[in-house]
Design a protein around this ligand. Structure first.
Ligand SMILES: [Zn+2]
Ligand SMILES: [Zn+2]
Ligand SMILES: [Zn+2]
Length: 248
């Protein structure tokens, strides 16, 4: 199993249009890890490719990672930075299999009615199989979404947990469900000195990682309020676009 962070930015991405802060300035340099496209994660086995969310930057991400076919899409919630790229399937791939809670799947497929989708409604904590892996969803909190979810991935030997867009005070059952991941990919939109709503700052992300006893933690959904990547990664476990993790 290989997990690749396709996009590690927040909704506006870095560089943010019209901004010349240190992070955005660094992000304009070629090859800079401060350059962050919008959120998506690629999960791969020899059997195929699954996307967690369809970033508005999906086309560039799939070309960059040389992905020619997507075997399933799992949506965490109905915010534009997590589904906007679904339209990129237009005339490229038909009958895309999509998974998520009913509210989210219906919301997105109604907007993109012109893309044919094979819809799969998923209940919380009910595992489903794709590309030889087991996936399941748990409830998080992300105002004003009614039922935003995080994702657990298992290959039978390793457990990966993705928080999705997430506030700190999620249900106790979810904290129980997330326990002991080998890798925790977590929303940490801003550094600790900044207040935050709808997401977590770095302190809260570390706190959640500790609550679930994560063996390894990587931050994603990062805003330009962090400094340049190469400076900040001394202090925080920052993900970057194209970062990957392999589990045998
Ligand atoms: Zn900026
Ligand atoms: Zn969101
Ligand atoms: Zn988001």
């Amino acid at each position: 199993m290989k997990i690749t962070l396709l996009g590690t930015g927040d909704a506006p991405g870095t560089p943010t249009i019209g901004c010349s802060c240190p992070s955005c300035t660094d992000g304009k340099l070629s090859g800079s890890k401060s350059s962050r496209t919008r959120f998506s994660i690629l999960v791969q086995t020899e059997q195929g490719n699954v996307l967690i969310d369809t970033s508005p930057d999906m086309r560039a991400q799939l070309l960059r990672e040389n992905v020619s076919h997507v075997d399933g899409v799992i949506w965490t919630h109905g915010h534009y930075d997590h589904y906007g790229g679904f339209a990129e399937f237009y005339r490229v791939q038909r009958d895309v299999s999509v998974y998520g809670v009913k509210e989210t799947v219906d919301y997105i497929t109604n907007i993109y009615f012109f893309i044919s989708a094979d819809k799969h409604y998923v209940n919380l904590h009910e595992p489903f199989s794709l590309i030889g892996l087991e996936f399941s969803l748990f409830e998080v909190k992300h105002f004003p979404e009614k039922l935003p979810v995080g994702v657990v991935i298992s290959d039978g030997k390793h457990k990966i947990v993705i928080s999705g867009d997430c506030e700190i005070d999620i249900p106790k059952e979810s904290i129980d469900y997330m326990q002991n991941p080998d890798l925790f990919i977590v929303d940490a939109i801003v550094p600790e000195h900044m207040a935050v709503n709808k997401h977590m700052n770095s302190t809260q992300a570390f706190e959640m990682a500790e609550q679930i006893h994560a063996k390894k933690t990587v931050f994603t959904h990062l805003s330009h309020f962090y400094g340049a990547h190469d400076v900040e990664c001394e202090k925080y476990p920052l993900g970057y676009d194209g970062m990957s993790f392999e589990f045998d």
